[in-house]
Write a protein that binds this ligand. Structure first.
Ligand SMILES: N[C@@H](CCC[C@H](N)C(=O)O)C(=O)O
Length: 276
Protein backbone atom coordinates (compact mmCIF):
# COMPACT_ATOMS: atom_id res chain seq x y z
CA UNK A 1 0.00 0.00 0.00
CA UNK A 2 1.41 3.37 -0.99
CA UNK A 3 0.78 6.25 1.37
CA UNK A 4 1.71 9.84 2.12
CA UNK A 5 2.33 10.93 5.70
CA UNK A 6 0.66 14.33 6.16
CA UNK A 7 -0.36 16.61 8.98
CA UNK A 8 -2.39 19.70 9.81
CA UNK A 9 -0.70 21.46 12.75
CA UNK A 10 0.75 18.16 13.94
CA UNK A 11 -2.55 16.25 13.78
CA UNK A 12 -1.08 13.54 11.57
CA UNK A 13 -2.50 11.13 9.05
CA UNK A 14 -1.57 8.26 6.77
CA UNK A 15 -3.18 9.36 3.51
CA UNK A 16 -4.05 6.72 0.90
CA UNK A 17 -5.29 7.31 -2.65
CA UNK A 18 -6.14 4.80 -5.37
CA UNK A 19 -8.85 2.61 -3.82
CA UNK A 20 -12.37 2.86 -5.33
CA UNK A 21 -14.12 2.31 -1.99
CA UNK A 22 -13.25 1.95 1.68
CA UNK A 23 -11.50 -1.42 2.18
CA UNK A 24 -13.46 -3.87 4.37
CA UNK A 25 -10.46 -4.13 6.70
CA UNK A 26 -9.88 -0.37 7.00
CA UNK A 27 -10.41 -0.43 10.79
CA UNK A 28 -7.85 -3.18 11.27
CA UNK A 29 -5.36 -1.38 9.02
CA UNK A 30 -5.85 1.87 10.94
CA UNK A 31 -5.11 0.22 14.30
CA UNK A 32 -1.97 -1.46 12.94
CA UNK A 33 -0.57 1.38 10.85
CA UNK A 34 -1.37 4.24 13.24
CA UNK A 35 0.51 2.52 16.08
CA UNK A 36 3.49 4.77 16.90
CA UNK A 37 5.73 1.88 18.04
CA UNK A 38 4.83 -1.04 15.75
CA UNK A 39 3.44 0.84 12.73
CA UNK A 40 3.92 4.08 10.80
CA UNK A 41 2.37 6.17 13.55
CA UNK A 42 -0.53 8.60 13.08
CA UNK A 43 -3.74 9.93 14.61
CA UNK A 44 -5.78 8.52 11.73
CA UNK A 45 -5.89 6.69 8.41
CA UNK A 46 -7.43 8.76 5.61
CA UNK A 47 -8.75 7.43 2.29
CA UNK A 48 -9.22 9.70 -0.73
CA UNK A 49 -11.96 8.05 -2.81
CA UNK A 50 -14.03 8.89 -5.90
CA UNK A 51 -17.28 10.78 -5.27
CA UNK A 52 -20.51 11.04 -7.27
CA UNK A 53 -21.40 14.35 -5.57
CA UNK A 54 -18.07 16.17 -5.25
CA UNK A 55 -14.56 16.22 -6.74
CA UNK A 56 -13.38 13.70 -4.10
CA UNK A 57 -14.66 11.81 -1.07
CA UNK A 58 -12.75 11.54 2.23
CA UNK A 59 -13.16 8.76 4.79
CA UNK A 60 -11.23 8.91 8.07
CA UNK A 61 -10.58 6.10 10.51
CA UNK A 62 -9.30 7.07 13.97
CA UNK A 63 -6.20 5.33 15.36
CA UNK A 64 -8.45 3.05 17.48
CA UNK A 65 -10.24 1.78 14.35
CA UNK A 66 -13.48 3.78 14.78
CA UNK A 67 -14.69 5.80 11.82
CA UNK A 68 -15.23 9.56 12.28
CA UNK A 69 -17.86 11.49 10.37
CA UNK A 70 -15.56 14.44 9.73
CA UNK A 71 -12.04 15.77 10.33
CA UNK A 72 -11.03 19.39 9.78
CA UNK A 73 -7.27 18.85 9.67
CA UNK A 74 -7.58 15.82 7.38
CA UNK A 75 -9.78 17.65 4.88
CA UNK A 76 -7.04 20.29 4.47
CA UNK A 77 -4.48 17.52 3.94
CA UNK A 78 -6.72 15.88 1.32
CA UNK A 79 -7.07 19.23 -0.46
CA UNK A 80 -3.29 19.64 -0.55
CA UNK A 81 -2.76 16.06 -1.70
CA UNK A 82 -5.13 16.23 -4.67
CA UNK A 83 -3.76 19.57 -5.90
CA UNK A 84 -0.05 18.93 -5.32
CA UNK A 85 -0.30 15.51 -6.99
CA UNK A 86 -2.04 16.94 -10.07
CA UNK A 87 -5.37 15.15 -9.48
CA UNK A 88 -7.15 18.50 -9.94
CA UNK A 89 -6.01 21.85 -11.35
CA UNK A 90 -8.59 24.17 -9.74
CA UNK A 91 -8.09 26.18 -6.56
CA UNK A 92 -11.79 25.88 -5.66
CA UNK A 93 -12.74 22.25 -5.10
CA UNK A 94 -15.33 20.17 -3.25
CA UNK A 95 -14.78 17.23 -0.91
CA UNK A 96 -17.54 14.90 0.31
CA UNK A 97 -17.38 13.72 3.93
CA UNK A 98 -19.42 11.09 5.75
CA UNK A 99 -21.07 13.35 8.32
CA UNK A 100 -20.91 16.90 6.97
CA UNK A 101 -21.89 16.41 3.31
CA UNK A 102 -20.11 18.14 0.44
CA UNK A 103 -17.71 20.81 1.63
CA UNK A 104 -16.45 23.66 -0.58
CA UNK A 105 -12.70 24.14 -0.16
CA UNK A 106 -10.51 27.06 -1.29
CA UNK A 107 -6.79 26.47 -1.79
CA UNK A 108 -4.02 29.05 -1.25
CA UNK A 109 -1.27 28.03 -3.67
CA UNK A 110 2.34 29.27 -3.63
CA UNK A 111 4.93 28.09 -6.14
CA UNK A 112 2.64 25.32 -7.40
CA UNK A 113 2.00 23.86 -3.95
CA UNK A 114 -0.88 24.32 -1.49
CA UNK A 115 0.19 26.22 1.66
CA UNK A 116 -3.10 27.02 3.34
CA UNK A 117 -6.67 25.86 2.92
CA UNK A 118 -9.97 27.54 3.74
CA UNK A 119 -12.80 25.06 4.29
CA UNK A 120 -16.52 25.76 4.46
CA UNK A 121 -17.23 23.44 7.41
CA UNK A 122 -21.01 23.87 7.14
CA UNK A 123 -23.57 24.77 9.79
CA UNK A 124 -23.01 23.71 13.40
CA UNK A 125 -25.57 21.33 14.92
CA UNK A 126 -26.66 22.59 18.34
CA UNK A 127 -29.66 20.45 19.19
CA UNK A 128 -28.52 18.24 22.08
CA UNK A 129 -30.11 15.02 20.85
CA UNK A 130 -28.58 15.49 17.40
CA UNK A 131 -25.00 16.22 18.59
CA UNK A 132 -25.65 13.62 20.09
CA UNK A 133 -25.96 14.00 23.85
CA UNK A 134 -28.72 12.58 26.02
CA UNK A 135 -29.87 16.16 26.78
CA UNK A 136 -33.05 17.38 25.08
CA UNK A 137 -32.14 21.09 24.80
CA UNK A 138 -31.20 23.46 21.99
CA UNK A 139 -28.52 24.65 22.41
CA UNK A 140 -26.81 22.64 25.18
CA UNK A 141 -24.95 25.37 27.11
CA UNK A 142 -23.59 25.30 30.65
CA UNK A 143 -24.75 21.74 31.34
CA UNK A 144 -22.86 19.87 34.02
CA UNK A 145 -21.07 16.56 33.70
CA UNK A 146 -19.81 15.11 36.99
CA UNK A 147 -16.85 12.77 37.16
CA UNK A 148 -15.07 11.54 40.31
CA UNK A 149 -16.46 14.43 42.35
CA UNK A 150 -15.42 17.10 39.85
CA UNK A 151 -18.07 19.02 37.92
CA UNK A 152 -17.37 20.29 34.40
CA UNK A 153 -19.70 22.70 32.60
CA UNK A 154 -19.85 22.04 28.87
CA UNK A 155 -21.36 23.31 25.65
CA UNK A 156 -22.22 20.66 23.04
CA UNK A 157 -21.64 21.31 19.32
CA UNK A 158 -21.57 18.95 16.36
CA UNK A 159 -19.60 19.87 13.27
CA UNK A 160 -20.67 16.58 11.69
CA UNK A 161 -18.83 14.91 14.59
CA UNK A 162 -19.61 15.50 18.28
CA UNK A 163 -17.78 17.94 20.59
CA UNK A 164 -18.06 19.10 24.20
CA UNK A 165 -16.33 22.41 24.94
CA UNK A 166 -15.25 23.03 28.54
CA UNK A 167 -13.79 26.34 29.76
CA UNK A 168 -10.85 26.03 32.15
CA UNK A 169 -8.41 28.43 33.84
CA UNK A 170 -5.39 26.92 32.10
CA UNK A 171 -6.00 25.06 28.85
CA UNK A 172 -2.29 24.69 28.03
CA UNK A 173 -1.47 22.91 31.30
CA UNK A 174 -4.74 20.98 31.59
CA UNK A 175 -4.49 17.34 32.69
CA UNK A 176 -5.86 15.75 29.50
CA UNK A 177 -4.75 12.22 30.38
CA UNK A 178 -6.85 12.09 33.58
CA UNK A 179 -10.06 13.74 32.42
CA UNK A 180 -10.07 13.20 28.64
CA UNK A 181 -10.89 9.47 28.56
CA UNK A 182 -13.51 9.77 31.32
CA UNK A 183 -15.33 12.56 29.50
CA UNK A 184 -15.00 10.88 26.08
CA UNK A 185 -16.85 7.79 27.31
CA UNK A 186 -19.35 9.40 29.71
CA UNK A 187 -22.94 8.06 29.31
CA UNK A 188 -24.18 11.60 28.51
CA UNK A 189 -22.57 11.11 25.09
CA UNK A 190 -24.08 8.10 23.28
CA UNK A 191 -21.56 8.11 20.39
CA UNK A 192 -18.68 9.18 22.69
CA UNK A 193 -17.32 12.71 22.28
CA UNK A 194 -14.32 14.86 21.38
CA UNK A 195 -13.51 17.15 24.31
CA UNK A 196 -12.03 20.65 23.99
CA UNK A 197 -10.57 22.44 27.01
CA UNK A 198 -10.54 26.15 26.26
CA UNK A 199 -9.29 29.38 27.83
CA UNK A 200 -10.55 32.59 26.27
CA UNK A 201 -7.78 35.21 26.38
CA UNK A 202 -9.59 37.89 24.37
CA UNK A 203 -12.55 38.29 22.03
CA UNK A 204 -10.20 37.32 19.18
CA UNK A 205 -7.99 34.57 20.69
CA UNK A 206 -8.61 31.32 22.52
CA UNK A 207 -6.15 28.67 23.80
CA UNK A 208 -7.49 25.17 23.28
CA UNK A 209 -6.28 21.63 24.00
CA UNK A 210 -8.11 18.54 22.84
CA UNK A 211 -8.80 14.98 23.81
CA UNK A 212 -10.08 13.30 20.67
CA UNK A 213 -12.59 10.50 20.49
CA UNK A 214 -10.78 7.45 19.15
CA UNK A 215 -7.34 9.08 19.11
CA UNK A 216 -6.65 10.58 22.55
CA UNK A 217 -4.60 13.76 22.94
CA UNK A 218 -3.70 15.23 19.54
CA UNK A 219 -1.76 18.38 18.68
CA UNK A 220 -4.73 19.95 16.90
CA UNK A 221 -8.36 19.37 15.97
CA UNK A 222 -10.00 21.37 13.17
CA UNK A 223 -13.58 20.45 13.99
CA UNK A 224 -12.73 21.01 17.67
CA UNK A 225 -11.48 24.51 16.87
CA UNK A 226 -14.74 25.22 14.98
CA UNK A 227 -16.81 23.87 17.90
CA UNK A 228 -14.78 26.02 20.32
CA UNK A 229 -15.47 29.20 18.34
CA UNK A 230 -19.19 28.41 18.04
CA UNK A 231 -19.35 27.65 21.77
CA UNK A 232 -17.47 30.84 22.63
CA UNK A 233 -19.91 32.93 20.57
CA UNK A 234 -22.91 31.22 22.19
CA UNK A 235 -21.43 31.89 25.65
CA UNK A 236 -20.75 35.55 24.79
CA UNK A 237 -16.98 35.12 25.17
CA UNK A 238 -15.66 36.00 21.69
CA UNK A 239 -16.68 37.69 18.48
CA UNK A 240 -17.77 35.63 15.47
CA UNK A 241 -14.17 35.12 14.32
CA UNK A 242 -11.11 34.22 16.37
CA UNK A 243 -7.72 32.55 16.32
CA UNK A 244 -7.83 29.21 18.10
CA UNK A 245 -4.33 28.37 19.39
CA UNK A 246 -3.64 24.65 19.63
CA UNK A 247 -0.55 22.72 20.71
CA UNK A 248 0.49 22.41 17.04
CA UNK A 249 -0.28 26.01 15.99
CA UNK A 250 -3.12 28.36 15.10
CA UNK A 251 -6.35 27.96 13.16
CA UNK A 252 -8.49 30.92 12.12
CA UNK A 253 -12.20 30.24 12.54
CA UNK A 254 -15.17 32.35 11.42
CA UNK A 255 -18.89 31.72 12.06
CA UNK A 256 -20.86 33.72 9.50
CA UNK A 257 -23.89 35.63 10.74
CA UNK A 258 -25.21 35.74 7.15
CA UNK A 259 -25.37 32.04 6.33
CA UNK A 260 -24.71 30.35 9.72
CA UNK A 261 -21.74 28.48 8.21
CA UNK A 262 -18.37 27.99 9.88
CA UNK A 263 -15.12 28.59 7.96
CA UNK A 264 -11.74 27.17 8.98
CA UNK A 265 -8.41 28.40 7.58
CA UNK A 266 -5.09 26.72 8.26
CA UNK A 267 -2.04 24.96 6.84
CA UNK A 268 -1.48 21.42 5.57
CA UNK A 269 1.86 19.66 5.14
CA UNK A 270 3.17 16.54 3.43
CA UNK A 271 6.04 14.88 5.33
CA UNK A 272 7.03 11.86 3.22
CA UNK A 273 5.69 9.15 0.95
CA UNK A 274 6.19 5.44 1.51
CA UNK A 275 5.10 1.91 0.75
CA UNK A 276 4.01 -0.49 3.46
N1 LIG B 1 -8.67 15.67 14.29
C1 LIG B 1 -9.90 15.89 13.70
C2 LIG B 1 -11.08 15.11 14.14
C3 LIG B 1 -10.88 13.61 13.91
C4 LIG B 1 -12.08 12.76 14.26
C5 LIG B 1 -12.39 12.71 15.73
N2 LIG B 1 -11.39 12.03 16.47
C6 LIG B 1 -13.74 12.04 15.92
O1 LIG B 1 -13.81 10.83 16.23
O2 LIG B 1 -14.76 12.71 15.75
C7 LIG B 1 -10.14 17.29 13.21
O3 LIG B 1 -9.14 17.94 12.85
O4 LIG B 1 -11.28 17.73 13.10
Amino acid sequence: MQFTKMHGLGNDFIVVHGETSLPADAAERAVKLCNRYFGIGADGLVYILPSERADFKMRIINSDGSEAEQCGNAIRCVAKYVYDNGLIGREAITIETLGAGVQPVQLEVEGGSVRRVRVDMGEPILNGLDVPTTIDANPVIGQTVEIDGRAFKFTAVSMGNPHAVIYVDDAVGFDLATWGPKLETHPLFPRKINVEFAKVNSAEQVDMRVWERGAGPTLACGTGACATLVSSVLNGLTGRSATISLAGGDLYIEWSEDNNRVYMTGPAEAVYTGTV
